[in-house]
Design a protein around this ligand. Sequence first.
Ligand SMILES: Nc1ncnc2c1ncn2[C@@H]1O[C@H](COP(=O)(O)OP(=O)(O)OP(=O)(O)O)[C@@H](O)[C@H]1O
Length: 902
Amino acid sequence: MSRYLRQSGQLARLVRLPQHQRLHALHRALQPSVARSISPAALSFRRSTPWRPYSTNRPESEDKDSKDPKNSKQPDKNENKEEKPSEKEAEEDIHLPLPDNWVYLSKNELEQLERFTHMLPEAQRENLHNILRDLKQTGVPIETRELLQKMRQGSGKLSMLDKGRLIRSVVQTANRVAWLQSQRESKGPGSFSGFDKNETPDEHVPRAGEKAPGQDHQSKAKSEESGSSSGQQKGGRNPQPPAGGNGGWPEAMQSVLIILLSLWLWDTFVSGGNQEEVTWQEMRANFLDKGLVKKFVVVGGQVRAELHPEAQPPNGARKTYYFTIGSVDAFERNLTEAQNELGIPSSQRIPVSYEGGGSTLGSMFLAFGPTLLFIGLILWTQRSMGAGRGGGGMFNFGKSKAKKFNAESAVKVKFSDVAGLEEAKTEIMEFVSFLKQPQKFEKLGAKIPRGAILAGPPGTGKTLLAKATAGESGVPFFSVSGSEFVEMFVGVGPSRVRDLFAEGRKNAPCIIFIDEIDAIGRARQESGRGFGGNDEREATLNQILTEMDGFNTREQVVVLAGTNRADVLDKALMRPGRFDRHIYIDRPTMKGRKEIFDVYLKKIVTNEDKEHLIGRLSTLTPGFSGADIANVVNEAALIAARANADDVKMKHFEQAIERVIGGLERKSLVLKPEEKKTVAYHEAGHAICGWFLQHADPLLKVSIIPRGQGALGYAQYLPQDAYLMNTNQLMDRMAMTMGGRVSEELHFPTVTTGASDDFKKVTQMARNMVTEWGMSDKVGPVHFENDPNRMTKPFAEATAQAIDQEVQRIVDDAYQKCKKLLTEKKTQVGLIAEELLKKEVLVRDDMVRILGKRPFGDNEEFEKYFSGGKAGEQGGTAETDDPDQPTPAPAFKQLAEGESRR
Ligand SMILES: Nc1ncnc2c1ncn2[C@@H]1O[C@H](COP(=O)(O)OP(=O)(O)OP(=O)(O)O)[C@@H](O)[C@H]1O
C-alpha cells in the first residue's frame, strides 16, 4: 500500500488563465452534466467560497428530486451532524443524558445500521439489535461520527491518530453500554431502561458491590484528559460505567465491535452507492478543467478523483468519481497533455498517488484487522475460560482457584464421619483446639504448628480428615489441588499461591488445604535432573515456602497438605516451621475396616446380623482403603437392587468384594474344553498348595470363571494384616504361586503360557529376598536400591552374578517344594479340578468336603467368621451380573489371543 506521489503542488489556475480560457471554463462549469452530480448544498457552499480563484462557476442540479423542496432536504437526512431526537422518539425512547462531546445516533443512522444486521449470522443479529437499542440510549462519542464522516469522504484513509481515536471511542461506547446493561440487570428484567428516567450514570446511586460513580469517573477523566487532546471526558460527565466490576464489559465490547464492523460495511456500501463512474472526457470536462480535482489516486485499473472539499456538499453524502484506465502510462500521458493544455505549471500539477488494489473495506481491514483480531482473541479467550470454569476469565489467571467453604455452607463433615484413623485424628485435633482456643497455647509460650502433611496411599481418607478438621473447628476452609497452581503461563503459580495465602490471612482463623501437594512440592534438585529444571514449579514451591515463613505465630492460618508421595517432597517443605506435623495415614487395619464398614453400613438396608456382617466383611477385605470399602458397600447395594432384593444380603456383599478384587466377570469369554481343563488343573494346583502348605494364607475360594483383564481363573486367599513376613511364609507363598505350572506339568504332556504372571511374582519375591531383605546367606545382609531410573547398577558385576544365582536358587527351592507336594497330592489335585470343571467355583466348604479339614489351623479372625455354618453361605455361587441366576455354563469357543493369563 505504499503510495508514491508523482506530482505535488496546488492549482491556482484561474488567475493565471487568459481571459478567453476563463470564460470558457465558466461556460463549461455551467453545463448540466456537472450539476447532475453535485448537490445544491454543495453549490451554495461553493458559491460563497471566495478563495477558489480559478473556477467560481457552480454546476446546476438537474436532479428533479433536488428541485423538489421536499426532497431537497434529503441530503440533510444523510448528514451525520448531531441530530436531536424528535419529540415522538423522545417519548418512545428514554435517552441517557449525554456526557460532553457525545451525540445520539440519528434515526437515519440507526436505521441504516439496522439494515446491516441482516448481513450478520442469526446468532449475532439479536445481539446487534440489542446493542443498537442500547446505543440509541447511550449515544456515541462525537468523534466516532466525525471519524466515520472522514472515512466516507472518499479516501477511507485514517491517520494513526484517527485509528487510535476510533478505538478509544469504541471502548468508551462499550463501557457505557456495559454500564447500561449492568444497570438493567441489577434492576431486573422488565425495566425498560434499567434506571430512573432522571437518573444519569453520574447520578446513579451505587448499590452493594458498586463503586461510587465519582471514583471511576475521576480517575478515568484524568487519564482521558492526559492521554487525549480531543477534549473528551473533561470534567463533569463521563460515559464510563460507574458501577463496580466490569462483568458485562466483554460482551458489550464484543457487540460494539460488531457495530463497528457494520459501520464499516455501511460506510463501504453507502460510499459505494455514492460512487459514480465517469469517462476520462467527463472527468476532464467537469472537474479537471474547472480545477475541482485535488488529487488522483490510481487503484489497480481505476483512478479515483479526490475533489477539493469545497466541491462537495458540506453535510450531505459525498460522491466519489472514478474512471477506468487502459494503462497507467496512457493515463499519465493524458493527464500531462490535459494539464499542458490548461497551462498548469509543472510545480502545481495535480498529484497522483498509487495504491495497491482493494476496496476501502479491504484497506480498513488491513489497517484495523490485526487490532481487531487481537481484541477478538482476548474476548474469545475470556469467554471460553469463563464458561469452562464457571467464571473467572483470563484476567483472573493469577487468582487462586481455591474453593472456599465455610461453617454455615459446606463443611458438614465431622470427626465422627471419619472412621478409624485414631492417631491421625488425635494429632490433628490439636489444630482444631488451636483454632478454637489459641490463647490456651499462647499463654504457655507454645508456638502453634503451622501445618501438617497428611501422607498415605490413595483413598485412605486424607481429604476427608482435612475437611473434618474444618468442620470441627467451624472456620473457613480453602481447598485447592496442587495441580491447580500449574498453568501454561509463567508466573501464574506463584501469583496464585500469593493470592491464596492473602485470602487465608484475610479470613483468619482458617484452614488452607492443598491436596496432591507433590504436584508442586517435589524436591527441587530431583525435578531438575536430566531434562532441565521446571522453573515455574520451583517458583511456585518457593512462593509456598516464603508464604509459610511469612506467617507470624499469631496468624491463625493452618495449612494442611495431602499427598500420596511424601517421599518425593522437598525437604524445605517438611522442615519444622512449615509443615511441622507429618501424619501418615495407612490403609486401615482389621479394626479400622470394621469401623469404616460400620459407618457405611448404617446407610444401607440389611437384615444381616450387624456384628457378624461387619466382622466377615472386614476379614474379607485386607488391604482395602476407606474408599474401597465405601465402594464395596455401594456396589453391594447396587447388586441387590439389580436382583430386586428387599435388603442387601451377605452374598451381595461378597459378590461386590469379588468384583472389586477380580474385576467384572467375563461371561462373553468362553474357553475350549481342553483350555478349560488346563485352567481347572492349574487352579487346583494352587488350591492344593494353599491347603497343605503350613504357612500359606487360608484359601477362600477357587474359580475358573474368567474375570477382569485376562484372568481365566483364580484362587482367592485371605492374607492376614501382617506387617512382617518370615522366610518360611515367603517360601510357602512362592511354592503356592508355582502350584499352577507344576500341576500342569504333572497332568498334561506339555505346559502352557498361563503361568507367566506367577513367575513374575515369584521372581520379584526372590529378588527382594536377596537384594533388600537380607535373606540370602551368599549375598549377605545388604540392601540394593531397586531404582529403575538409575543408569548403573548399585553393585559390582560379581555381586550381580551372585544375586542372579541366589534368585535362581530360591525360585528352584520353591519349585521343588511345590513339586514334591503336588506329586504326593496328585489325586487330590485331580479331584478338585474335576469338581471345578463341574461347578466352576469352589468355596472353602467344598474343599473341606473333598479334602477333609485343613491340617493347620487358620488365623483367629478367619476361623471366627469362616468356619462353621456361616462360612461359605454363598456356596458354589460366583458373581454374575444377575446374582440370583445360576452361573451359566460357558459355551466352548476359541480363546482370544493374548488372554492366556490365569
Ligand atoms: N477413614 C474413613 N472413614 C470414612 N470414609 C472414608 C475413610 N477413608 C476414606 N473414606 C472414603 O473414601 C473417600 C475418599 O477419601 P479421600 O478423598 O479422603 O481420600 P484421600 O486419601 O484424600 O485420597 P487421595 O490420596 O487419592 O486424594 C471418602 O470420600 C470417603 O467416602
